[in-house]
Design a protein. Structure first.
Length: 152
């Protein structure tokens, strides 16, 4: 397993993000999933990584810059057969390390309120629940989380 930085238009990243979008459609329906598309546009991402098992792309993650101190973790996805094998934590660590090396102090993210596995995963990785921020203020489907990058 290896993690590589990729441009936001890399074919492997695009393929994995399409699978993530399909997952969201299955979870919440096409109308709700499409309503969130503007929040997740790859063109807004500052950094992206893909995890490979051999030549096969098995997971991805990105971040976008919120302000001079803060990045938002976005587009985290791992192929189903590779979940619970530390792929997601490796992707998240790569994103956090890169952000820290570029002098960001805080990482935030949002996930589905009913996605308890995701919430528990992020908590195990040092994130804690915060009030919803930005586009997610007042959104009853999402929860937001935060982690100090000074602690990694």
């Amino acid at each position: 397993m290896r993690i590589e930085e990729v441009p936001i238009n890399h074919p492997d990243l695009l393929k994995l993000v399409r699978k993530l979008d399909y997952f969201f459609e299955e979870q919440w329906g096409k109308d709700i999933a499409e309503g969130y598309q503007s929040f997740h546009q790859l063109s807004k991402m500052a950094y992206a990584v893909v995890c490979y098992n051999g030549k096969q792309a098995i997971g991805c993650g990105c971040y976008k810059i919120i302000d001079q101190q803060t990045v938002e973790i976005k587009r985290m996805f791992v192929e189903k057969q590779y979940r619970r094998q530390k792929v997601a934590s490796s992707l998240l660590n790569a994103l956090e390390r890169h952000a820290q090396q570029h002098h960001f102090d805080v990482a935030v993210l949002e996930t589905g309120k009913d996605m308890q596995d995701n919430i528990l995963f992020y908590q195990k990785c040092g994130y804690h629940l915060i009030d919803n921020f930005g586009d997610f203020v007042g959104d009853l489907i999402c929860v937001c989380m935060e982690k100090s990058l000074n602690s990694i």
